[in-house]
Design a protein around this ligand. Structure first.
Ligand code: NDP
Ligand code: GDR
Length: 373
């Protein structure tokens, strides 16, 4: 019998990869998307199926994690075997600007889903995956971080996700629900939102190489992260729901690099060697050498990276490094894509876009490539 999955956050990075993955496995996939004034389905347009097609396997429902009655109705209609709660206000810096909304969506939204499952009497038949995060570790208490490392969240986002983590554990313990947390470290891809740091970097450097922008402005370049590829991580989300008993797992690569190193890695992909000079807010990234075929707009000595204190956070998470041993031992999961391969894929994707924009611009079309974070 075919399985039915419901994904919140289906229009996001992970939601789109997970939907693809589950469709490939023969699932009937339902996704919840928010009503927006413009289209927000770019990441899933390629798998969209018109409901008039024969045997459609992919369905979209309007909904919002702040709306209990809507969530309850969708779950009742869809009757999912598995629910993946990926929907969230997922930007850490933005959570300092909108803390109450972040708590409503990320913390209470999770409770609303769990309560809907219970209210509908589906707690023994529907499995639940919660998108937990390495941000829970925040001010890290031990390195590397594993499932038993104490939490110390450092942002309204992380505090909201901490509630979501514990309410998921609580429903497992209280009602015997198959509910589990994937404590995922940062994962990226060409589909990563443009204001997260990796994508901001690959996009800006690609644009700079084409003369579409002059400089990349960043915040804390010393921050260290354990970056993996979203494709590897959604595979693990599914694996976590296929076990005999629900459990929580850290998903990470076990390697970390700094934001600065990611900038250098991306520049290298474009054939640019960068030299960093100065300290603190005066640090700059200078073009030291150019070998790339697509960097006509650049000269040696150009400053193409600067610090803008606007991107510093009220409380920063300086370092995160995960220990995925439990996932490896118990589930046989290992990441297949390295940070270098991921960076190359992102740069190549953004360079292609930048080249298209440059051609449009050269032919008199107005192209807006402004970056905000
Ligand atoms: P994205 O920001 O790319 O996607 C978030 C999704 O949530 C989007 O589909 C968005 O819709 C949707 N959403 C936002 N607000 C609401 C709401 N009020 N109601 C319903 N849906 C909403 O995130 P990712 O795909 O990168 O991450 C997926 C999940 O994993 C998130 O919960 C995130 O916090 C968590 N996570 C991510 C990590 C990462 O490194 N990527 C690491 C650890 C955890 P729209 O498209 O309309 O904006
Ligand atoms: P993060 O990802 O906060 O780890 O949350 P992000 O890419 O936003 O930041 C990573 C690190 O880079 C530093 N940084 C900047 N960040 C942004 N966005 N823009 C900048 O200009 C910039 N300059 C430096 C940040 O300060 C930070 O230290 C992501 C999200 O996907 C969460 O939803 C998820 O839970 C965690 O990863 C794990």
């Amino acid at each position: 019998m075919k399985k039915v999955a419901l994904i919140t956050g289906v229009t996001g990075q992970d939601g789109s990869y997970l939907a693809e993955f589950l469709l490939d496995k023969g699932y009937e996939v339902h996704g919840i998307k928010r009503r927006a004034s413009s289209l927000n389905t770019q990441r899933i347009d390629h798998i969209y199926q018109d409901s008039h097609e024969e045997n459609p396997m992919f369905f979209l429902h309007y909904g919002d994690l702040t709306d209990s009655s809507n969530l309850t109705r969708i779950i009742k209609e869809v009757c999912p075997d598995e629910i993946y709660n990926l929907g969230a206000q997922s930007h850490v810096a933005v959570s300092f600007e909108s803390p109450e909304y972040t708590a409503d969506v990320d913390a209470l939204g999770t409770l609303r889903l769990l309560e809907a499952i219970r209210f509908l009497g589906m707690e023994k038949t529907t499995r639940f995956y919660q998108a937990s995060t390495s941000e829970l570790f925040g001010e890290v208490q031990e390195t590397p971080q594993k499932e038993t490392t104490p939490f110390h969240p450092r942002s309204p986002y992380a505090v909201a996700k901490m509630y979501a983590y514990w309410i998921t554990v609580n429903f497992r313990e209280s009602y015997g629900m198959y509910a589990c947390n994937g404590i995922l470290f940062n994962h990226e891809s060409p589909r990563r939102g443009e204001t997260f740091v990796t994508r901001k970097i690959t996009r800006a450097l690609a644009n700079i190489s084409q003369g579409l922008e002059k400089c990349l402005y960043l915040g804390n370049m010393d921050a260290l992260r354990d970056w993996g590829h979203a494709k590897d991580y959604v595979r693990m989300q599914w694996m976590m729901l296929q076990q005999d008993a629900a459990d929580d797992f850290v998903i990470a690569t076990g390697k970390q690099i700094s934001v600065r190193e990611f900038v250098s890695m991306s520049a290298k992909e474009l054939g640019i060697t960068l030299r960093f000079e100065g300290q603190g807010i005066d640090e700059v990234g200078i073009v030291d050498d150019i070998s790339g075929a697509f960097c006509d707009a650049l000269n040696e000595g150009d400053i193409i990276v600067r610090i803008d204190p606007r991107y510093f956070r009220p409380a920063e998470v300086e370092t995160l490094l995960g220990d995925p041993s439990k996932a490896k031992d118990k589930l046989g999961w290992e990441p297949e894509i390295s940070v270098e391969e991921m960076c190359a894929e992102m740069v190549s994707h953004d360079l292609e876009k930048a080249k298209q924009h440059a051609i449009l611009k050269a032919n008199g079309f107005d192209v807006n490539v402004t970056l905000e974070s």
